[in-house]
Design a protein around this ligand. Structure first.
Ligand SMILES: CC(C)(COP(=O)(O)OP(=O)(O)OC[C@H]1O[C@@H](n2cnc3c(N)ncnc32)[C@H](O)[C@@H]1OP(=O)(O)O)[C@@H](O)C(=O)NCCC(=O)NCCS
Length: 198
């Protein structure tokens, strides 16, 4: 069912689990704060995300849970592989025309395609659950891995903006990307063609 941005309790409205080939994405709870803090406490993650502080302590994860409970326009999924937490992905829906995708993985889980697999699950969730016409995302200019994830998901580059990075305490250039519903739908429906020898 498509949701209007004005409908308030997004969390209660759609408490679902997203399953991919290798991953499971579910809403995090207070029981996950230890795992989240352990994974997030790495400067290589903080410096590539806008709001993660560094060092990242358990109290930051508790604050994050409280924030999620109070803010229906922020949707987060804990990413699990074989029932072990590997990262977090989510949507910030504060501005109706600027819905934003975000994600990070614990460093030991990089380089296995999990970032792309998790991002695709959240993208599908967004276009299936909401009626927005596009989804936005950003990657620091010095973050080719995230840029690659976005391009593999069909995002197109739209320009560069200066964004403040919490852990740096300063602003830095960020490549901005957009995925339209039309491109997403086209990618989803682009079935395999079969070649037969004549
Ligand atoms: C971005 C991030 C989620 C990627 O996770 P991941 O699971 O390693 O990503 P994937 O394996 O799905 O894809 C990464 C791609 O980047 C490529 N890549 C990685 N490092 C690269 C580099 N230095 N230069 C060029 N490409 C690079 C990989 O080769 C891969 O592309 P391929 O599948 O074509 O080979 C992870 O690096 C991360 O958490 N970074 C810190 C937080 C962050 O940047 N979040 C995104 C901003 S909101």
């Amino acid at each position: 069912m498509l949701q209007e941005f004005s409908s308030p309790p997004l969390h209660e409205a759609s408490p679902c689990v997203l399953e991919t080939e290798r991953l499971s994405l579910r809403r995090p709870t207070l029981a996950d704060v230890k795992a989240i803090a352990r994974l997030a406490n790495d400067r290589r993650i903080a410096e590539n995300t806008r709001r993660l502080p560094h060092p990242y302590l358990q109290e930051h994860a508790v604050d994050f849970m409280r924030y999620l409970a109070a803010e229906p326009r922020e949707i987060a999924f804990l990413i699990e592989h074989n029932f072990v937490a590997v990262g977090v992905a989510g949507l910030a829906l504060h501005e109706a025309d600027r819905p934003e995708l975000g994600y990070w993985l614990g460093v030991e889980h990089w380089g296995q395609g999990f970032g792309t697999e998790a991002a695709r699950a959240v993208i599908d969730y967004y276009f299936e659950e909401f009626d927005g016409e596009h989804l936005l995302a950003g990657a620091r200019v010095a973050n080719p891995a995230s840029r690659s994830v976005l391009e593999k998901c069909g995002f197109q580059w739209t320009g560069v903006e200066l964004h403040r990075i919490e852990s740096l305490g300063s602003s830095t250039p960020v490549d901005r990307f957009r995925l339209s519903r039309g491109v997403w739908s086209s990618l989803k429906h682009w079935g395999r063609s079969v070649r037969r020898e004549s």
